[in-house]
Every structure is written in structure tokens, then in C-alpha cells.
Design a protein around this ligand. Structure first.
Ligand code: GLU
Ligand code: MG
Length: 439
């Protein structure tokens, strides 16, 4: 049953990882699924702080937000008499319906299509999210405690229900280590759906928290002296018929040659990738050694200091390990677009597959304890220590720049220049406070 006041909304989750869009009466949905709704090129340079940076598009040009025609959308669930809102994630297309170069979702689609076309491979993936629950009446300072979980369970349970109804297949929710920190995980999805679900998870979780008069804050760090919140991308490769392609019991770490080459491509480009996966000024307060985030572009076996790690499996007798073996990219956070993270990871992995790169050495200890000579011998580097450094790495990496259409390059540069200018001169805590208010 719909009523005249029921609305639907078309959304783009932009380069800042923030969903923005336009709403309309739900009765118009059938027409809108074909026609889309208007959008503007200069919006690509919107900073998280809501201001459009100086950009080459200016007031010129028109675009459309276009959902996939067969999409069912997802419901933002109103509790306590608040209205529901039916949402659709869109591509940004030109007025003739052709993909627009500045669209992050299309960037990810193209990368996945090349992975399938060139290697017959599909990515199964799940974005694991940490977040801070702010403005909650309880103190929430007990790491992993039942008492904190119970204090927040009204919100947590309602959020899990809403996530289930929104189709993201939530898996687990927990009180994490940091003060007021929680984590929510999803079951793996195939290809683009993994990034779509990351967007939906953040939007739904924030929406439910708001209705509980609290705030689910996905900012990478809210206190420079405390732990950060990561968005870890769990992934594995499968053949198009679903056969797992990540596991080889005879190979080091149990990782197949193909998956190892894919990881080697990621590690090779990781300093530049950080500009897309950890793309805010404060991302680099989190991305430091000894925070269990990722300080180095190394391949770790069950190692939470590694940029990419091999995750543990249940290898008790009778359990099928091949379907569980998967990898985790840890150098990303929620100031990144999940589409750019997924697309860039696949693009880097593809470079490794094409070059048949050898398996990277496995690091079992803390990479910060390795000597400069050891790091060099294993091709391991400290990841960038600031956003300007990461952006410079990206500009220097012709391969990474070559993945990005001109509109993405221009829009991204414009956005990051304005973003950095806005936080220039602030203390780390002031920067954290500003980002916390946006994420
Ligand atoms: N909070 C850590 C991060 O910033 C991750 C801790 C964990 O391994 O769950 O990535
Ligand atoms: Mg965690």
C-alpha cells in the first residue's frame, strides 16, 4: 500500500563516499526508472563539507542519475511513525544514457567486466565496517563487553533488522575495541553488489541511529590518540560458475598462484591506491603502524598490521576450506567511495594477473620491526603518511592514472584540493571533529 506522500529517492554515492540525490513521489517510479533524474557535473567536486571545489565543469553541462533498470532498490525504514524512503543507487550517465567518465559506480563495473572478460574471474567481496556510536546516553567504554552491547541493543537490533530488510545480508554486529566503537559485517556478495551493499549498510545504519537520537559515525578516526575505524574489504576470486579460485593447499599461505598475482598487483600500486581508499586528511591518522590498520604494503598471514592479509578459516575436520579462504584489504576507510575502492582493487589485481606477478613474501611478524634492508628485499614500503603524499604517489603512478577517465581525474583533483584547503591549519582533533560531523 503506498500513499501520495510516499517518496522514492535516486542516489549517487559520490567520490567522498557520501550519498546524495533527488526524491520524487513513488507513483512516478515506473517512469523514473526509465527517465532517471537530473544531475550536474560540478557535483563531482563536492567536498564532504558540502562545498563544491573549484572545478573545470563549472555551471556547464547536464547529467542524469540512472538506476539499474532491474534494481529493486532498498528501503530506509522509518521507526516510530517516521516515513520509509525507497532508495535506488544510480550510475551517473550523460543525457543520452551513455556512462559518464566521472561515475565511480561505472568505474567499478568496467573493472569487474574486464576481470570477467580477460580471466573468467568474479570477485566475491564484503566490506567490513567499524563505526562509533555517538550521542548515546550510555558511556560505552567497555571493549567487547556484554554490558555495552545491552546498553545499545535497541539500536543494534533494529539496525540489524533494517539491514536485513534492505537486502545487505548482515552477518554479525559487535562492540569493538575503541571507546563507543562497534563493528558490523555482511555475508559476501558477488561483484558490484558488494559495493552497493557497503553504501546501503552505512546509510541504513546511520538512519536507524538518527531515529534512536544517536549518531553512527563512520569517520576513520574521532580521537587522534585512540583507535580508528577501518573499512576492510574481504575478497576472494571465483570462476564464473562459482568455483573457488583463491585456495591452493600446496601453495604458501594456501593462496593460489592467480590470487597471489592479484595481491601482488595490489601491493605494487598500494601507495597510490591509498589516495582512493584512504582519501581524507584524517585517514592518515589511522593508517599508522601499531593501530591494527595498515602501515605497510605487505602481505600478512593472519596479520592485522599488514596491508593485505590472509584471513583465518575453520579448518577443523570435514570443513571445506576452499570456499572459506579469502583475503582482506585493510588500508581503506569510509571516507572513500566503495565503488572506487572496489574498482581500484580489481584494476590493481588485474595488473598483477596480466603480468603473472610472483606471490609476494608472507610477513608473519610486525612489519614495523623489519629493517630497511629487509623491507627493501621484500619490496615492502611504508604507506603514505598524509593525503598530499598519497595524492602525489597517485599522480606519479601512470598505471593508476591510466585507469581513471579524464572526468574522474579532474573531479578528484578538484575535490581533494578543496578538501585539503578546508582543513589546512586545523589541529588533528579539529580535523577529526569536522570529519565526524560529515560521516
Ligand atoms: N580498528 C582497526 C582499523 O582501524 C581494525 C581492528 C580490527 O582488526 O578489527 O582498521
Ligand atoms: Mg574490527
Amino acid at each position: 500500500m503506498t500513499s501520495a506522500s510516499d517518496l522514492a529517492i535516486f542516489l549517487t554515492n559520490d567520490l567522498t563516499g557520501i550519498s546524495r540525490g533527488r526524491a520524487f513521489p513513488i507513483d512516478d517510479l515506473r517512469d523514473r526508472m526509465v527517465a532517471g533524474c537530473g544531475w550536474v557535473p560540478a557535483n563531482l567536486a563536492l567536498t564532504p563539507f558540502g562545498v563544491i571545489g573549484e572545478n573545470p565543469f563549472g555551471p556547464i553541462g547536464d547529467l542524469r542519475l540512472q538506476p539499474d533498470r532491474d534494481s529493486d532498490g532498498y528501503n530506509l525504514m522509518g521507526i516510530d511513525g517516521e516515513p520509509d524512503l525507497h532508495a535506488y543507487l544510480c550510475d551517473i550517465v550523460a543525457t543520452d544514457g551513455q556512462p559518464w567518465g566521472g561515475c565511480g559506480r561505472s568505474f567499478a563495473k568496467r573493472a569487474l567486466a574486464d576481470l570477467a572478460g580477460e580471466f573468467g574471474l568474479t570477485l566475491k567481496a564484503s566490506f567490513e565496517h567499524e563505526f562509533f556510536l555517538l550521542d548515546h546516553p550510555a558511556r560505552l567504554d567497555g571493549a567487547f563487553t556484554l554490558s555495552d552491547f545491552r546498553a545499545a541493543q535497541g539500536f543494534l537490533g533494529t539496525a540489524m533488522g533494517a539491514l536485513g530488510r534492505a537486502g545487505v545480508h548482515p552477518e554479525m554486529i559487535l562492540r569493538e575495541y575503541g571507546p563507543r566503537q562497534f563493528e558490523v559485517t555482511m555475508k559476501p556478495a558477488t561483484g558490484l553488489a558488494a559495493a552497493d551493499r557497503a553504501v546501503i549498510l552505512r546509510d541504513v545504519t546511520r538512519d536507524i541511529a538518527r531515529q534512536f537520537k544517536s549518531r553512527a559515525c563512520f569517520s576513520p578516526i574521532i580521537d587522534p590518540s585512540s583507535v580508528g575505524s577501518g573499512v576492510h574489504l574481504h575478497f576472494s576470486l571465483t570462476a564464473s560458475d562459482g568455483t573457488p579460485r583463491t585456495h591452493d593447499p600446496a601453495a604458501p599461505g594456501g593462496i593460489s598462484q592467480q590470487a597471489a598475482s592479484f595481491v601482488a598487483g595490489i601491493l605494487r600500486h598500494m601507495p597510490a591506491l591509498c589516495a582512493l581508499t584512504a582519501p581524507s586528511a584524517i585517514s592518515y591518522l589511522r593508517l599508522t603502524p601499531h593501530r591494527w590498520s595498515a602501515g605497510f604494503n605487505c602481505f600478512g598471514y593472519r596479520n592485522r598490521e599488514a596491508g593485505v592479509r590472509i584471513c583465518p578459516v575453520d579448518d577443523s575436520p570435514g570443513r571445506d576450506v576452499s570456499r572459506q579462504v579469502h583475503l582482506e584489504f585493510r588500508a581503506s576507510d569510509a571516507t572513500a567511495s566503495p565503488f572506487m575502492v572496489l574498482g581500484a582493487l580489481v584494476r590493481a589485481g588485474l595488473e598483477g594477473l596480466r603480468a603473472k606477478l610472483p606471490a609476494p613474501p608472507l610477513v608473519e611478524g610486525d612489519p614495523a620491526d623489519l629493517s630497511p634492508a629487509q623491507l627493501q628485499a621484500m619490496n615492502i614500503r611504508r604507506l603514505p603518511e598524509s593525503l598530499p603524499e598519497a595524492l602525489a604517489e597517485m599522480r606519479r603512478d601512470d598505471v593508476v592514472m591510466g585507469w581513471l577517465p579524464p572526468e574522474l581525474q579532474q573531479g578528484y583533483a578538484a575535490l581533494k584540493t578543496a578538501e585539503l584547503a578546508r582543513v589546512d591549519g586545523m589541529t588533528p582533533q579539529q580535523q577529526c571533529d569536522l570529519y565526524a560531523s560529515c560521516y
